[in-house]
Every structure is written in C-alpha cells, then in structure tokens.
Design a protein around this ligand. Structure first.
Ligand code: NAI
Ligand code: MG
Length: 481
C-alpha cells in the first residue's frame, strides 16, 4: 500500500474537502509510492482563511524573530538532509548525488540567506522639504500564492517560501502533482521549527483546479510561478481578474557558446553539466550548443563519446549520472521533439531513444543532434530533457546573432579565454543570467530571472525579498493635529 499524504493547512495535515487522493509515482520504477490529497477550490479557500490568521501573527513578530524561525528551519533541514535527499530522489528520479550535493544544500542556503535578510529590510526617508517628514516603508502583501514545478521540488519551494516568509507574508503554495512529497515534509518541519499556524499552507492537487483557484482567489495578493510558458500565460490572465502582481520564471532555450580558444576537456564538462544534469529538466538548460567551426566536429564527437559512457540507471546509486525524466508524459514529450527533429532533417549523433536497458522507468538516452535548422522547433522550443542541438558559428557576430535568435532569454554560457570578447557577449546577449567559463552556478544572494518570454520579476537576492513587499509612502506634517 502506498503511503497516504494529506495537505497542510493551519499547521495540520488534513484531507481534501472531497476526500479523494491522486497517485504519485517513482519515475525510476513507475511504481505508485504515495497517494496525495487531491485539492479543490474549497481547499484553497480553507488555506487562505488559515493564512489570513497566520499572517496577523507572523507580521507582528519582529524581523529578528522571523529570522530565527527561518534559521531553525534551515538547521532542521540540515539535520534531516539525507532523508530529504532520499525522498527527492524517490519522487523526482534525480540521482542521489545531485539531490545530496545540490538540491538540498541549495534549499538550506536559501533559508539561511533569507533568515539573515529579515533584519535587513530597509525603507527610505525622502527629503520633501521642511514642511513635511516623508518616509517609505516596505510592507508584506499579506497572503501570497506560489505555484512550483517538478524539476527541483524542494529547492523551488525554498526559493519561493523563504523570501515570502522573511518579508512577513503568509503563503499558500501548490507543488507540482508529480512531486509533492518533499514540500509536504518541509511543511511538517516548519511547524516543528516554530512557524505559527497558517503561515505556510500546502494545497496539493492539479494545476487547472488548485493552481487556478490560487491564481484567482481574491484573498491572495500576489502570485509567484515557476513553470511552462503556456501555463505562465494562463496565470497572468487569471491573475488579471483581481489585478494581482505576478512574478514569472518560465522556460528557456539557452545558448552555451564555445570558442576555439577553450580547453576542450574542461569545456566539455560544462556543456555536459549544462544539458544532461537533472536529465536536462532545467529551465536554464544550455540546450543550444553554439560551437566555433574549428572545434565543432571534435567537440560533438567527444561529447557523444562521453554521453555513451554516462551511467544511466537507479538514481539511488551514488554512481548514477543520469536518472529518468519525471513522468511518462514527459518522456513521450521529449522523444516527440527528437522524432520531429529527425523528420525535419536533423542527425542524431547519439541517443534519441528511451533507454531500454533499464526495463522500466522513464529513462531517456543523452541525445546530441546536429544538422538542425536554427528556425526549427528543436532549436526554438524548450525540450526539458537530456537533448542538445549543436550549431556551428564562424565568428563572434554570428555567435551573438544565434544566441539572441530566440523568444526566450533565461541564461547563456560563454566559454573563451578572450576577456574582451567575454565582456562584449555578456553585454550583448539578451538573458537574465550569463555564465563565463562556468555554467549553472547559482547563489541565493544573486537575483535570478528571465528576459523576453522567460518571464519577469526576479527571485533570490535582495530583489527576491523586495518581490514580497509593497511600498507605502507616509507623509507626516510637523503641524499640530
Ligand atoms: P506546468 O507549467 O503546466 O506546471 C508547473 C506548475 O503549474 C505545476 O504545479 C502545475 O500543477 C501548475 N499548473 C498547471 N496548469 C496551471 C494553471 N492553469 N494554473 C495554475 N497552475 C497551473 O508544466 P508541465 O505541464 O508539468 O510541463 C510541461 C513543460 O513545461 C515541460 O516539458 C517544460 O518544457 C515546461 N516546464 C518548464 C519549467 C521551468 O522551470 N522552466 C518547469 C516545469 C515545466
Ligand atoms: Mg501543464
């Protein structure tokens, strides 16, 4: 019997109003490992009511007290890191070495960063002349709604929850239906760390029902969303009914650019990390590999040789490098992109199929494509799987033009030893994050977000907490009242 998990409202695990549950699978085995409460609009109503009560208590705590609770959450997560990593791997399919080495530490670091940020929220005073004393306060919104995806379930939860709570808001958050388990565990941890009832509420269920109810709810003042570009559009439309501000972190089709002066073995590692890590299920995936014509063939051939040696399999095994994608539907989606690319004339240098040697699980071979038209679907749409298309460029101008030939603008990698060129491209590429001679480096201290259709608003850093505050201007006359 799979475990049963209820949703989390007002510091209690409670069944959904309908009493129904949906199955959650382990993508490496296809087994149903849990049944999770299937929320409806009434459950969002309950969560918002609890959050309104929680907000009153939370917003009246001193920033220092709020920071202490976030700190205790960080320490509790650290103490239980192995169990969280194992659960993330079981539910999401990512290799345990990545869950342990990246996802959980990043979530802890994010909680710590915002624990420290609670005491650094500053308003301003503005000189409006001697006839008025004028200042601007930063205040929390109240109840904020958050909707997160399934690629980094706990880390995305921490990115959303930590700054919102730090600023004094209460949260109603919905995990992706594929991957609700680590967030539910985090909710129990938060309660044990002393978070008052109602400050964090987790409503589990499906996007078109629970996600939409959060987005449209008049009691929710702001929405933060990470996920697909199509869903982002739906969220903005629904949020507009009540004029909620929205922060969007959407898809990407990031260029990872390699010049002919790079050290090939090192460069290769960054290309591999950029697109095969987390089975390519990264919004920042460097899924367009732009290679200088002098190194293109050797680079592709060496990357393909490496891809063939990647250890695909049981993500619980410390040696596994590539786990499954999150669900059958995602596997079919990824393979659909590859077969349409082939039909459009692309060459599959390596991969391109389900990794059948695993017998079960949603494993996709690491895949490299060449001969791709840069205007075609595989070059322009987010695949969200271990699939990369390689392109040749002649010179810096062509590299820049190709990099910017995208509706997205989340990130880019530039690999070169020519510092002036790195600066020129970093300035010229239209993307929210640029990495030079590295890839996928993230820090909770640094703002993160997209240009163009990769979204708007910024998470993390000081901007991340500013997101969850609104400004109030106060004019105080020196005259007697
Ligand atoms: P999605 O964007 O539909 O799902 C993300 C979250 O939004 C989930 O919690 C989902 O339940 C919720 N959601 C779905 N529809 C909603 C709605 N109408 N209103 C409110 N919330 C809603 O992503 P999906 O369908 O699971 O994946 C499809 C593709 O989206 C992927 O192949 C990938 O290309 C892209 N994607 C991109 C992500 C990123 O971080 N850039 C993350 C997840 C998916
Ligand atoms: Mg969807």
């Amino acid at each position: 019997m799979p475990d049963r998990h209820d949703m989390f409202i007002g510091n209690q695990f409670v069944p959904s109003s309908s009493g129904t549950y949906f199955p959650v699978r382990n993508p490496a085995t296809e087994e149903v490992i849990a049944e999770v409460a299937e929320g409806a609009a009434e459950d969002v109503d309950r969560a918002v009511a609890a959050a309104e009560r929680g907000f009153t208590e939370w917003a009246h705590k001193s920033p220092y007290e709020r920071g202490r609770v976030l700190s205790r959450m960080a320490r509790a997560l650290e103490a239980d890191a192995d169990a969280f990593a194992a659960l993330e791997t079981r539910n999401q399919g990512k290799p345990i070495r990545h869950a342990k080495g990246f996802d959980i530490p990043n979530a802890i670091e994010t909680l710590d960063y915002y624990a420290g940020a609670t005491t650094k929220l500053h308003g301003t005073t503005i000189d409006t002349g001697p006839a008025m004393h004028t200042f601007v306060r930063r205040e929390p919104y109240g109840v904020v709604g958050q909707i997160i995806p399934w690629n980094y379930p706990l880390m995305m939860a921490a990115w959303k929850i930590a700054p919102a709570l730090a600023a004094g808001n209460a949260v109603v958050i919905k995990p992706a239906p594929y991957t609700p388990l680590t967030l539910l565990k985090l909710a129990g941890l938060a309660r044990d760390a002393g978070l008052p009832a109602g400050v964090l509420n987790v409503v589990t269920g499906f996007g078109p029902v629970v996600g939409r109810a959060i987005t449209r709810h008049p009691g929710i003042a702001k929405i933060a969303f990470t996920g697909s570009t199509a869903t982002g559009r739906d969220i903005v439309l629904n949020a507009s009914e009540t004029h909620k501000p929205v922060v969007l972190e959407l898809g990407g089709k990031s260029a990872n650019i390699f010049f002919d002066d790079v050290d090939l073995p090192n460069a290769l590692k960054r290309a591999v990390l950029g697109v095969f890590h987390n089975a390519g299920q990264m919004c920042i995936a460097g899924s367009r590999l732009l290679l200088h014509e002098k190194i293109h063939d050797e680079f592709v051939q060496r990357m393909a040789a490496f891809a063939k040696t990647m250890r695909i399999g049981d993500p619980r095994d410390e040696k596994t490098q590539l786990g499954p994608v999150v669900a059958a539907r995602q596997m079919e989606r990824v393979l659909g992109f590859v077969s349409r690319a082939k039909a459009a004339g692309a060459t599959v240098v390596t991969g391109g199929r389900r990794a059948e040697n695993q017998n079960r699980g949603y494993f996709v071979e690491p895949t490299i494509l060449t001969g791709v038209d840069h205007k075609s679907e595989i070059a322009q749409e987010e695949v969200f799987g271990p699939v990369v298309a390689a392109f040749k460029f002649r010179d810096e101008d062509e590299a820049l033009a190709l990099a910017n030939d995208s509706k997205f603008g989340l990130a880019a990698g530039i690999h070169t030893n020519d510092l002036a060129r790195a600066h020129r491209l970093a300035a010229g590429i239209k993307a929210g994050t640029i990495w030079v001679n590295t890839y996928a480096y993230l820090s909770p201290a640094v703002p993160y977000g997209g240009y163009r259709q990769s979204g708007y608003g910024r998470e993390l850093g000081q901007e991340g907490i500013d997101n969850y505050t609104q400004l109030k201007a106060v004019f105080i006359s020196p005259n007697r009242g």
